[in-house]
Design a protein around this ligand. Structure first.
Ligand SMILES: O=C(O)CCC(=O)C(=O)O
Length: 367
């Protein structure tokens, strides 16, 4: 239900001056008013990036993925008794949680980056025990998702923000089913460089957040503008001075239409409330980093990321550009400079589907 917190948050969001179409200047650089607004607030909503057939294909494939999801976290078959989609991959493709719960807050998940618990609500009568809340590594589950990853304007944005040698991160669809969606406790994403004296506003890169259905203040991700500049934030203390309430006073909802794509700084304080609204949110999140932030870093318990691993994972960018060019041949295609001399190795076909795309997520670059 919408109340004053939502209405005032919406007003603050719309007054930030950080939304509009992707626009480049005559030199091909992202317009400086856009980059200025991004660096000032920590996010920017690019409106109308994906539409028409492309949006329909994404929605249809996403529906197909959900229809082939296992029936619960302990099942391996879908509602029709078929093996779950992605059964051939080494890593699980789905995460489940109890409806309207907070699965992470106050836990040690992901390095303890969710220190404060969100308000949890009782699921409605007849609710399932669990709902799908994340679909992991969607590039290997949805060809439309791979094509989105190769979007020329989005990749140009990644180049402008992180430099031409930018690297991948990981990809997840966050699903917040209508009336059942679990919350995501307040957090900052980065896990590595917080104590680095060279930490700056862009050290942990950014995520693209593409909305399949659009968002409202009751189902959106909320962010606290400007907090990407503050280093590691004491989230528990922020909630405590707010009287223990998870409704942080300066937060704003990331309001988007279907097909809008936001860029969201991974250092910004962000989270989402349980989705009691009648509208489902599905957000395709795919991030990119500066190469200098990734090279030599350890992810969650991994060996330091070296050039070979970064090269292998970056092939997904080149592959996605190729997959997109086959579907949209009249569109300009992005040239990813680190692999510009290897185009023939990264053509999109059955061989690269098997050898490059399958289990690509084993090489995710998490910082
Ligand atoms: O979409 C959400 O509710 C959470 C997304 C998020 O926390 C993230 O992408 O880091």
């Amino acid at each position: 239900m919408t109340d004053n917190y939502h209405v005032e948050g919406e007003q603050r969001a719309l007054n930030l001056g950080n939304r509009g179409p992707i626009e480049f200047d005559a030199n091909g650089s992202l317009r400086t008013d856009i980059t200025d607004a991004y660096w000032r607030t920590g996010f920017y909503v690019f409106e109308g990036v994906v539409d028409g057939d492309e949006l329909n294909e994404l929605v249809a494939e996403f529906d197909g993925v959900l229809a082939r999801a296992p029936t619960s976290s302990t099942s391996q078959t879908d509602t029709a008794g078929r093996p779950e989609i992605g059964a051939e991959f080494e890593q699980p493709s789905f995460r489940f949680a109890k409806p309207l719960s907070d699965p992470f807050g106050g836990s040690s998940a992901l390095g303890g980056r969710y220190p404060a618990k969100m308000a949890e609500l009782a699921p409605p009568d007849g609710a399932p025990d669990e709902v799908v809340t994340s679909v992991f590594s969607f590039l290997q589950l949805m060809d439309s998702g791979l094509r989105l990853y190769g979007h020329p304007q989005l990749l140009s944005v990644a180049e402008q923000i992180n430099g031409p040698d930018f690297t991948p991160f990981t990809e997840t669809i966050w699903v917040k089913p209508a009336g059942l969606g679990p919350s995501t406790a307040w957090h900052q994403d980065g896990t590595t460089h917080w104590d680095d004296p060279k930490l700056d506003d862009g050290t942990h890169g950014f995520n693209f957040m593409m909305q399949l259905y659009g968002t409202t203040s009751t189902n959106a991700l909320w962010v606290v503008p400007g907090t990407h500049k503050l280093g590691k934030i004491d989230i528990k203390a922020r909630v405590a001075v707010n009287g223990g309430s998870d409704r942080l006073p300066d937060a704003v909802p990331m309001l988007c239409g279907p097909g809008d794509v936001a860029i969201c700084n991974r250092q910004i304080l962000h989270g989402s409330f349980a989705n009691t609204s009648p509208a489902t949110r599905a957000t395709l999140v795919f991030g990119f980093h500066r190469r200098a932030s990734v090279l030599g870093e350890r992810g969650f318990g991994t060996e330091p990321y070296d050039e070979t691993l970064i090269h292998e994972r970056s092939r997904l960018i080149a592959l996605a550009v190729e997959a997109r060019a086959q579907r949209f041949p009249d569109e300009p295609r992005y040239l990813y400079q680190p692999l510009a001399h290897e185009l023939d190795d990264n053509r999109w076909n059955d061989i690269t589907r098997e050898q490059v795309l399958k289990n690509y997520n084993l090489n995710d670059l998490r910082i």
